[in-house]
Design a binder for this molecule. Structure first.
Ligand SMILES: NC(=O)C1=CN([C@@H]2O[C@H](COP(=O)(O)OP(=O)(O)OC[C@H]3O[C@@H](n4cnc5c(N)ncnc54)[C@H](OP(=O)(O)O)[C@@H]3O)[C@@H](O)[C@H]2O)C=CC1
Ligand SMILES: O=C(O)CCC(=O)C(=O)O
Length: 394
């Protein structure tokens, strides 16, 4: 794409990286001092936008990488946002509900000077959910006045958009369906494997099952479950809603390891857990026709080349999981206007935006003979580069 050198130089680093101390008085009286981050990568196209992750591996390097991905994602989806990501390096599974709320409020207050509805708008990511966003919004509002548009992914009764919670997984299935139509595939009866069964993975499973595809394996941190004739997705969802693992589900399955799951013979493999699960070490063992990236950067660059050489089609994260931030965009605009769409309208608009982005990527890839990932990056970087120059940043 011949990105000019000065544009590349400014996009290689983040605009602002905030590192805050997040002290928490534990229920037992001891003190935990966690590190919190918000990285604002680029805001040329609009306010910074991106999720908050609570995870022991959420360090500055990881958050920085995820923030840059948000810049490309919002540009590819043509949303009026830049890219950011944040998080706390902590294991939330070890915290009580009171501790989680306290940690979230302290974090929100320490970041509040760089956030805001027209500055930077957080949302949920790994181990954060609508309840965490409600606490975050409440803490932010205590300092700035009631501001629902400062955070997305909120509970529906607090200005959340009906449809935002399923939007990432549902959007991925809209994108795969659009690609399948282009390739002349019928998704009914196709074998689907999903790594991760949280917000994204569980909605991918529900939406594929609703289309008549066969979800043959899913996993969480405790391992995987496999059934060649198709898993009972509703039963898996019930088990997780009760606070258990997919392994606790009262459905027919054979236990498998997370590593085995990735190598199963399938039509569509959806990594929907953390980054870096498909590497040069296991890319030669992937037995999927298509890898649709629900997670952010689940395929390392080395693995990406191996998959491309082997003819495995990869639908990149910035397209495949773009339904989440697109849904957040709908929520943000509705909060600003004090208005709410019904979920049917939300889904129609979501599908339309994702299909348009998919068509742009597919056409670019076909006319330039490149992968979907390169096409998606070329489109996104072109848009960000143009905004950087037009706004006079450089
Ligand atoms: N939420 C959103 O709107 C968006 C999320 N994403 C990306 O999607 C991915 C998943 O996010 P989300 O669903 O929100 O997060 P959740 O916290 O809801 O779920 C994460 C899931 O991944 C599982 N998991 C974690 N580590 C592993 C592992 N090593 N092997 C197998 N499973 C594992 C978790 O298991 P357990 O429950 O047992 O811990 C859980 O099932 C992330 O990469 C995120 O950045 C991308 C776009 C938007
Ligand atoms: O909804 C959002 O604003 C961001 C979601 C997110 O973090 C992501 O797409 O990775």
């Amino acid at each position: 794409m011949q990105l000019p050198g000065d544009v590349a130089e400014v996009l290689e680093t983040s605009y602002r990286e905030v590192n805050v101390q997040v002290p928490l008085r534990r229920d037992d009286g001891s003190l935990l001092v966690a590190q919190g981050y918000r990285v604002q990568h680029n805001g040329a196209r609009g306010p910074y936008k991106g999720g908050l992750r609570y995870h022991p591996e959420a360090d500055l390097q990881e958050i920085r990488a995820l923030a840059a991905l948000m810049t490309w994602k919002t540009a590819l989806l043509d949303l009026p946002f830049g890219g950011a990501k944040g998080g706390i390096q902590v294991d939330p599974t070890q915290l009580s509900a009171r501790e989680l709320q306290s940690l979230t409020r302290t974090f929100a207050l320490s970041l509040s000077h760089v956030l805001g509805a027209y500055r930077d708008i957080p949302a949920p990511d790994v181990n954060t959910n609508a309840q965490v966003m409600a606490w975050f919004m409440d803490a932010y509002s205590s300092r700035h006045g009631y501001t629902p548009a400062a955070v997305t992914g909120k509970p529906v009764e607090l200005g959340g958009a009906p449809g935002r919670e399923p939007a990432t997984g549902r959007g991925l299935v809209y994108v795969v369906s659009a690609a399948a139509r282009r390739w002349g595939w019928d998704l009914a009866g196709r074998r689907v494997v999903i790594e991760g069964f949280g917000n994204v993975g569980s909605w991918v499973a529900r939406e594929f099952a609703a289309l008549g595809a066969r979800v043959i394996a899913v996993s969480d941190v405790h391992g995987g479950v496999f059934n060649d004739t198709g898993l009972d997705v509703a039963g898996l969802v019930d088990a997780v809603a009760r606070g258990g693992s997919v392994r606790d589900a009262d459905v027919a399955f054979t236990p498998i390891s997370g590593e085995e799951l990735l190598t199963l013979d399938c039509d569509v493999l959806v990594p929907a857990a953390l980054g870096g699960s498909i590497t040069a070490a296991n890319a030669t063992s992937i037995n999927a026709s298509v890898v649709a990236e629900g997670a952010n950067h689940p395929v390392t660059p080395d693995a990406d080349s191996i998959l491309a050489d082997r003819g495995v089609r990869v639908i990149p994260d910035i397209l495949a999981n773009g339904g989440g931030v697109t849904g957040s965009y709908f929520e943000w605009t509705q909060n600003i206007q004090q208005f709410q769409w019904r979920e049917e309208r939300f889904n129609t608009e979501l599908r339309d935006r994702l299909e348009r982005a998919h068509t742009a990527v597919a056409e670019y890839a076909e006319s330039n003979g490149c992968t979907y990932r390169l096409a998606a990056y070329a489109i996104a970087l072109g848009r960000v580069g143009s905004a950087v120059r037009t706004r006079g940043y450089i």
